[in-house]
Design a binder for this molecule. Structure first.
Ligand SMILES: *Cc1c(COP(=O)(O)O)cnc(C)c1O
Length: 386
């Protein structure tokens, strides 16, 4: 910047900043690793590391002791592989057509979810003249990806369909884990254990974040937490009291502070009418940054709440693409000024609370965080921007 030009991602140019606490991420992994007991603890880093940045997530978790990483796509696998040559990387979406060579070259392990994928991967191994690592996905009741239980029970680990493969993990995924009382959890557990009996020498993995909280019966050999690592709620009960440390904070810059007379409308559609003489701060962050439009307010619904220091400032009116209005009337005089910051996510504006107002879940808020933020990585490996 010595030549007077501003670089892309410069703090001076961004309307909002994300502070990502890598120390909290590492602490969350260690806590989940402890809860996993005798099982190993891996990490789901799909969705760009749940929005915080895949490379930062992998690097931090690897340094914390994590060895097994789960991505959705080969492209994410490549990015994880570039961080470390030794970690194990599982591709949850399995063997997508046309991706075999990339997987082989980069030692990415597909999570095979159909007899067709198994046959395909096995013949890739034969063609390459070497055994290839593979994970096997069995669907125990979610009806998403994976072999049906009957299909899995009709084969076993010695079946010729695997004759050129090294089966290194058997997985299934819980559909209702966030609700510990849901009867499907036990049904899935029973079915999974039944399938395991056909694959006795293959390590098993059922638990996502929620599964870790469901207790030791669900831990098997390897757990695969995602959302809890990033400070999200694993169980529905955690929406009220989440034991994980928050990892993400977003703050937006105030562009203008204005006084709106009682009775005047604010924002698109004039959706909210000022109920009193109102001081409004307009910040440079909107739905293009992943601050959902449904987080806005109208005369018949309250919106999400931001914070100025510890003072709650409600969103007032609709969220625009690049702008959001907050009611700062109750901030002590002189109140926030142009150039000050409003916390939109993090601290008392917890993921769960903002998600509730936006009628979504913390997963979607995190993975939808936009590309325009200045990103500040703090703690541990961090203390830099990237
Ligand atoms: C996303 C995902 C996980 C992680 O789930 P969380 O609920 O975020 O802990 C684990 N396993 C599979 C198959 C997944 O798709």
């Amino acid at each position: 910047m010595a030549d007077g030009r501003l670089s892309l991602g410069s703090p001076t140019l961004a309307g909002a900043r994300l502070t990502i606490d890598l120390d909290a991420l590492a602490q969350n992994w260690k806590a989940l690793d402890t809860m996993s007991g005798d099982a190993q603890c891996g990490a789901a880093v799909k969705g760009d590391g749940y929005g915080i940045g895949l490379e930062a997530a992998v690097g931090t978790l690897k340094d914390a002791g994590c060895r097994d990483f789960f991505v959705a796509l080969p492209e994410e696998g490549l990015r994880a592989r570039a961080v470390d040559p030794a970690i194990r990387i599982f591709v949850l979406n399995g063997l997508m057509t046309g991706t075999a060579e990339t997987l082989i070259t980069n030692r990415l392990i597909p999570v095979l979810g159909s007899m067709e994928e198994i046959a395909d991967w096995n013949s890739q191994a034969r063609a390459n003249g070497r055994r290839l690592a593979a994970a096997l996905h069995v669907d125990t009741g979610m009806n998403r990806l994976g072999l049906r239980v009957e299909e899995a029970m009709a084969i076993d680990e010695t079946d010729p369909v695997f004759d050129a493969l090294e089966l290194c993990l058997l997985i299934s995924h819980l559909a209702c884990g966030s609700d510990p009382a849901h009867p499907l959890n036990e049904k899935q557990l029973t079915a999974f254990n039944e399938v395991r009996s056909r694959f006795p020498s293959v390590p098993a993995s059922l638990a996502n974040s929620a599964g870790i909280f469901l207790g030791p019966d669900y831990h098997h050999d390897l757990c695969r937490p995602g959302i809890a690592l990033y400070g999200g709620a694993a169980l529905d009960a955690h929406l009220a009291a989440n034991p994980m440390r928050p990892v993400v904070r977003s703050e937006a810059r105030i562009l203008q502070v204005r006084d709106v007379a009682a009775g005047d409308g604010i924002g698109y559609g004039s959706a909210e009418t000022a109920k009193r003489d109102t001081r409004v701060a307009i910040v440079a962050c909107g739905y293009a940054d992943g601050y959902h439009r449904r987080a806005g307010s109208a005369d018949d619904r309250t919106g999400a709440t931001g914070f100025v220091a510890s003072v709650p400032v409600p969103v007032i009116g609709r969220v625009s693409m690049d702008l959001t209005a907050f009611d700062v009337t109750d901030c002590p005089s002189p109140g926030p000024q142009r150039g000050d910051w409003i916390t939109m996510l993090g601290g008392p504006a917890s993921l769960a609370r903002v998600a509730e107002h936006a009628e979504t879940i913390d997963y979607e808020l995190l993975t939808g965080l936009g590309r325009r933020y200045e990103r500040v990585y703090a703690g541990l490996a961090g203390d830099g921007t990237g």
